[in-house]
Design a protein around this ligand. Structure first.
Ligand SMILES: *[C@@H]1O[C@H](CO)[C@@H](O)[C@H](O)[C@H]1NC(C)=O
Ligand SMILES: *[C@@H]1O[C@H](CO)[C@@H](O)[C@H](O)[C@H]1NC(C)=O
Ligand SMILES: *[C@@H]1O[C@H](CO)[C@@H](O)[C@H](O)[C@H]1NC(C)=O
Ligand SMILES: *[C@@H]1O[C@H](CO)[C@@H](O)[C@H](O)[C@H]1NC(C)=O
Length: 182
């Protein structure tokens, strides 16, 4: 049993040295889906991933809010893949305008902390006009939760005036640090 555990760990160490990687964590996007349900209020121009290296994938989203949105609700759900995606860790519905004023929802802080500098969302309501996420990639350093290795999906359904407007669903993979788990 012991030997079985040590051999893969050793291979991991050697692989890490051989490839010169000093970061054995893989944390990257694997898919993104954006869909508007009311194109007279929100339109997507672009919503796509671009792989720039094996472990770095950029997310770009370009959309427009066509009339000012003063009342925004988000429904955010996390899923982990295990024979299909199963609910995992959190399922939250919250007031986006209030959140931007107080930043007091820990899971939202975690997600927003990862992408705020890649977007133009860092302000309070209303939201109007161009909404951009540019070259956003996932950085393990900013993730304060140790995730188990796996495939995940974070879905966010956006409501304006309590009416469903659009979805932004992203999938990502997380592979734990081999060096810390031997
Ligand atoms: C986004 O994910 C939700 C699950 O939370 C699903 O109901 C919805 O259909 C997905 N949206 C799209 C556009 O695939
Ligand atoms: C769709 O957007 C229009 C224009 O802003 C708005 O007046 C209408 O209430 C929205 N409809 C739904 C179902 O969200
Ligand atoms: C977003 O899309 C609009 C419409 O296609 C375009 O005019 C604008 O330049 C794009 N913005 C960015 C930052 O790519
Ligand atoms: C976001 O806005 C807050 C408050 O206005 C500011 O303190 C912070 O530096 C901003 N962060 C980024 C990444 O722009």
């Amino acid at each position: 049993m012991r030997a079985l555990l040590i051999i893969p760990a050793l291979c991991g160490v050697l692989l890490t040295y051989n490839t010169g990687l000093n970061n054995a964590v893989v944390f990257k996007f694997t898919n993104v889906i954006c869909e508007s349900y009311n194109t007279s209020w929100f339109v997507f121009h672009n919503c796509r991933l671009k792989a720039v290296s094996r472990n770095k994938v950029l997310l770009n989203i370009n959309g427009t809010v066509l009339h000012p949105a003063y009342d925004i609700t988000l429904h955010a759900q996390m899923f982990k893949r295990a024979n299909g995606y199963k609910p995992w860790l959190f399922d939250l519905k919250f007031d986006g305008c209030q959140y931007m004023r107080h930043r007091s929802i820990p899971f939202a802080n975690l997600v927003f902390g990862l992408f705020k500098e890649f977007s133009n969302f860092n302000h309070t309501c209303p939201y109007m006009g161009s909404q951009i996420v540019k070259d956003f990639y996932l950085r393990y350093k900013l993730l304060r939760l140790p995730f188990p290795t796996g495939d995940y999906m974070l879905t966010v359904r956006w409501f304006f005036d309590q009416k469903m407007q659009f979805d932004t669903n992203v999938s990502f993979m997380f592979v734990e640090d081999i060096l810390r788990n031997n």
